[in-house]
Design a protein around this ligand. Structure first.
Ligand code: FAD
Length: 345
């Protein structure tokens, strides 16, 4: 049985410890799974196949049973589940402890999580507990054919180079991955796998943080990473009062409003509306860029959009190189004309 032979291939590491398997932490919070978790099961499948190892999912939270069949449907072969009341609201301490307890017990070779607010918070805590490295915000993953190490690629030096990082001596190899850069895998309803439920001994009195109140974020921007049409503005709009042009266009298209870091720093938009390297990665069907130059740090967050329309009065603006349609001209004339035209349809 060829598969079995390959599966026994594991990495021996200093001290004779054996670590094997590719794990994906499935982020479940407030009744919603972060879609990047499924994207990572798709990517994890490729990594596990290259290593000849197993693809496992990890679910930590409270009342998570409805997530289990979904995780199998998206490709997990095995699921480790900790379902406990202290995990009801996300807090760093209990979540880091839950994940670390599983990692210590089962010793996965690779663990992945979305570079979401939660992933960016809990994974450094887990890496610290495990005394291992962590590559944050990866955009490409692979397996080095010779060493079998995880190649963790991410933008570095302000997005000017892509750095590929290897973690040679410690385990697990840990990476967070930007949402929407990996393909969503096929969902096979009814697919089954092995379920392992683990006890969790932490109690409320062990945890130093308490959740006093839950205030949901502004609904307009919460699901930017899921938006199908995005109207995005840059410093070209010149002043906050001109935002109305983009808002009107977004309104007729049923689009979500977003922008560049320039627009956020100018105070025209909130940070959770920022697209790019230090903001959200988006992959909508249509991305309309208004008065955006197309700096590399912006492009990494939107260039995989299905269709890009850019409006800029500078024919040399880099955004026009990635756009499917580039409109060279004054946005103050073009945007109202587009809105008026779409209103007619
Ligand atoms: P500008 O670069 O000033 O571009 C404005 C554009 O508007 C120009 O191309 C101009 O030709 C056009 N324009 C002006 N007037 C008109 C008009 N009347 N009609 C049509 N077009 C017009 N940026 C991000 O967006 N997201 C990030 O996550 C991000 N992260 C960063 C992280 C780091 C570490 C660093 C160093 C930078 C980061 N940046 C990020 C900033 C980035 O480098 C750029 O500064 C920023 O994206 C520029 O924003 P902009 O396109 O709005 O402004």
């Amino acid at each position: 049985n060829e598969k079995k032979t390959i599966r026994s291939q594991v990495t021996p590491i200093a001290g004779g410890e054996v670590w094997s398997g590719v794990w994906v932490i499935i982020e479940y919070n407030n009744g919603r799974v972060a879609p990047v978790s499924w994207e990572l099961l798709g990517e994890g499948r490729k990594l596990a196949d290259s290593l000849g190892s197993e693809l496992c999912g990890v679910i930590t939270g409270y009342q998570v049973d409805n997530v289990i069949p979904e995780a199998f449907a998206y490709g997990a072969e095995k699921l480790y589940v900790i379902d406990h009341e202290v995990l009801k609201d996300y807090r760093t301490e209990p979540y880091a402890e839950a994940i670390t307890s599983l990692v210590r017990k089962y010793q996965p070779e690779i663990i992945l999580m979305g570079a979401t607010s939660m992933g960016r918070d809990v994974f450094p805590a887990v890496a610290t507990k495990m005394q291992t490295g962590l590559t944050a915000d990866c955009t490409v993953l692979g397996i080095d054919p010779e060493t079998k190490l995880l190649q963790q690629t991410r933008p570095a030096f302000g997005g000017n180079i892509m750095a590929t990082i290897l973690c040679r001596t410690r385990r697990p190899q840990m990476a967070t991955v930007r949402p929407r850069v990996m393909e969503m895998p096929e969902r096979a309803v009814g697919r089954e796998g092995e379920l392992i439920r683990e006890e969790f001994t932490l109690t409320e009195s062990d945890i130093r943080t308490k959740v006093l109140e839950f205030i949901p974020a502004d609904a307009k921007s919460t699901f930017l990473d899921k938006a199908e049409i995005i109207v995005s503005v840059g410093l070209g709009i010149a002043a906050k009062r001109n935002l109305v042009l983009a808002e009107e266009l977004a309104e007729v298209l049923g689009a979500t409003l977003a922008g560049t870091r320039g627009a956020v720093e100018a105070g025209w938009l909130s940070h959770d509306q920022q697209v790019g390297q230090s903001g959200v990665t988006v992959r909508p069907k249509v991305y309309i860029a208004i008065g955006i130059s197309g700096a590399i740090q912006h492009l990494v967050g939107m260039e995989t959009s299905d269709f890009i329309i850019a409006i800029n009065n500078d024919p040399e603006a880099p955004i026009l190189k990635v756009a499917n349609y580039g409109i060279v001209g004054d946005l103050f004339q073009i945007v109202p004309a587009m809105t008026a035209e779409f209103k007619k349809r």
